[in-house]
Structures are given as C-alpha cells and as structure tokens.
Design a protein around this ligand. Structure first.
Ligand code: GTP
Ligand code: MG
Length: 151
C-alpha cells in the first residue's frame, strides 16, 4: 500500500441491508459471498482506483446503532446502505438518518454521504426515487446531491 494517503469511511445502515456484502464486493479477493451479521463493527482495508481506503463496517442491529456516531468525527465520508426491499422498515431508516443528518460533525464539515439503494435485483425493490422520497432525502437542501443510480 506504500506511503499513499488513506481515506477513512464508515458504512452504516440497518441490519441485513448489505453493508458487509457491499464492502466485500469492493475488495479484490471475493473469497465468499456468504456474510454473517456483523457484531459491533469491523475494519476493512482495500485499495480502489489507486486510493487506500480504510472502511469501518458497522453493525446495523439496534443494540449497536449507537456506535455509528463515534466514527462521524474520524472519517472523510459515509456510505449509507439501504435495503430497498425492506419497505416495512423505511420508517426506522428515516429515523436513524434524521439523527445522523443532525449530527454537528456531519453538518459542519458537509461530510460527503453516499446513499446506496441496495438489493435492486429483487422484484420487490423500491426504485431509487421512491426510496429517496420515503426517507425524506429529497428534502435535503444544505448540500449538493445527485440521484444517479449506480450501475
Ligand atoms: P449487519 O452486519 O447485521 O448490520 O448486516 P449487513 O448490512 O452487513 O448485511 P449483509 O451484508 O450481511 O447482508 C445481509 C443479507 O443480504 C445477506 O444474505 C446478503 O447476501 C444479502 N444481500 C446483500 N446485498 C444484496 C443485494 O444487492 N441483493 C440481494 N438479493 N441480496 C443482497
Ligand atoms: Mg455486516
């Protein structure tokens, strides 16, 4: 990895949304497609497009969600993974995101945030625009955004 700068990111989202799966997909060795629920958090290192990343893969289980905020002050970006098929829990996601987006460490730094509408391969998936609306993300006005799907 040499002496290049390291970019730290934190990956948050409800349990079962696919955070560990997304990070595994970014790593060069795809040893296994199987994941187990993350306990607490785990740190993953990988290189992508010549940049060294250190990603903190948080657990989404409710008893661990209070750990998320401990990393907001230490990272340069946040990835929020959303299970687009889990519409029953959109209200829970919305609640967690409201807490997150009100955090001074995020608002003051205008922290870049990527919202990932995951599991779109499933027939029950909510399209990105609908997810954004359901989570109130279309009302974020304090920062530039684009709603481009990731292909
Ligand atoms: P916690 O660690 O408990 O917070 O969960 P997590 O967000 O890390 O979820 P994880 O990556 O372990 O994935 C949960 C389940 O969703 C696994 O069975 C994955 O295979 C599945 N999954 C993840 N991403 C996708 C996707 O894009 N499509 C489909 N169909 N399944 C997915
Ligand atoms: Mg996980």
């Amino acid at each position: 990895f040499g002496s290049k700068r390291k970019v730290r990111i934190v990956v948050v989202g409800l349990d079962n949304s696919g955070k560990t799966t997304v990070l595994n997909a970014l790593k060069p060795k795809k040893a296994s497609l199987e994941t187990v629920p993350t306990v607490g958090f785990s740190t993953e290192e990988f290189q992508k497009h010549g940049v060294n990343f250190s990603a903190i893969d948080m657990s989404g289980q409710s008893r661990y969600r209070n750990l998320w905020e401990h990393y907001y002050g230490e990272v340069e970006g946040i990835i929020v993974v959303i299970d687009s098929t889990d519409k029953l829990r959109f209200a829970v996601v919305k609640d967690e995101l409201e807490t997150m987006l009100a955090d001074p460490r995020i608002t003051e730094k205008k922290m870049p945030i990527l919202f990932l509408n995951n599991k779109v391969d499933q027939p029950a998936a909510s399209p990105p625009q609908e997810t954004m609306q359901a989570l109130g993300l279309d009302r974020i006005t304090d920062r530039p955004s684009n709603g481009l799907p990731i292909t």
